[in-house]
Design a protein. Structure first.
Length: 292
């Protein structure tokens, strides 16, 4: 397969997946009754009427219409793009913080087995704390932070919460990658009088790349999710999280409007993961390393 074909193939697969999702959406509307499917008093499938599940083409058409009835109001698509841009910036800050934190933890856990035994359970346990409970604590802590002229902005709380979700896949993926070299490879470096730092840079980090790239993409997607949830929980304006809440208030009379913002949020997650995936282009020679 040529290089051009390999570059185009993921795009075509992505477009086919979006088309399939739209077809399945419409198929559910055709098959499932408007009132949903019930077994006794239990609801098995949700409602599929036009209020709960508007047609795909209605959502697409609503994106091109003005956001409000006011004169000169931007279209829903433009408003969604502006909100997505804000959330993307905050998510990237959170992703960067999460990557740095995850890599530091992974290196420490690889270097000292005691650190792995002590820290890894807490790393896993940290992901069980719901963001809606964590967000007010972060906002309250940031509001009391005073460092000279430095002022803690609300978006910084959102970025910190996003990093909280992003660091976990990086820490776990990097740790697995750093421990992936065989004993024979490690012994070869020791026989060459290579210290721990040299072994880390020349052996363990290159070997970790096949494990780390998927973790970085997952971290990017989770950072977007964390940022959106944090925007809702902290009341941060300007992002797509608050836009979804704002549009949801008009769901009964304008059902396609909130779904347009939801589609924008999903596209934002795919974009963030795709941008991070471009990092693999510069690390192509390590990507085909054996992953056990």
């Amino acid at each position: 397969m040529s290089r051009a074909a390999r570059a185009v193939r993921p795009v075509l697969v992505g477009l086919a997946a979006l088309l399939l999702a739209g077809v399945l959406w419409e198929l559910v509307k055709v098959v499932v009754p408007d009132t949903g499917l019930h077994l006794g008093e239990a609801s098995v499938l949700p409602r599929t009427d036009d209020v709960a599940m508007p047609h795909v083409w209605d959502v697409a058409a609503r994106m091109l219409e003005p956001e409000t009835g006011a004169s000169g109001a931007p279209s829903v698509l433009v408003a969604t793009l502006h909100a997505a841009w804000f959330t993307l910036g905050v998510s990237l800050v959170g992703w960067a913080l999460g990557v740095v934190g995850g890599m530091v933890l992974a290196v420490l856990m690889q270097r000292w087995s005691l650190a792995e035994s002590a820290v890894l359970p807490w790393v896993v346990l940290s992901q069980t704390v719901p963001l809606v409970a964590l967000a007010p604590l972060v906002v309250g802590w940031g509001g009391r932070l005073q460092l000279g002229a430095f002022a803690w902005e609300r978006w910084m709380s959102v970025a910190l919460i996003a990093s909280y979700l992003a660091f976990f896949p990086v820490a776990v993926g990097a740790l697995r990658g750093l421990k992936s070299p065989t004993d024979a490879q490690v012994e070869l470096f020791r026989a060459s009088a290579a210290g721990w730092g040299r072994t880390l840079l020349s052996l363990r980090l290159p070997a970790a790349v096949p494990h780390l790239l998927p973790a970085l993409r997952l971290a990017a997607a989770t950072a977007v999710v964390g940022a959106i949830v944090a925007e809702v929980s902290t009341g941060t304006r300007g992002g797509i999280g608050r836009l979804i809440i704002s549009y949801a208030q008009a769901a009964s009379g304008d059902p396609a409007k909130p779904w347009a913002a939801i589609v924008g949020a999903a596209a934002l997650g795919l974009l963030a993961a795709g941008v991070v995936g471009l990092l693999g282009a510069g690390l192509r020679r390590y990507r085909h390393a054996e992953v056990s």
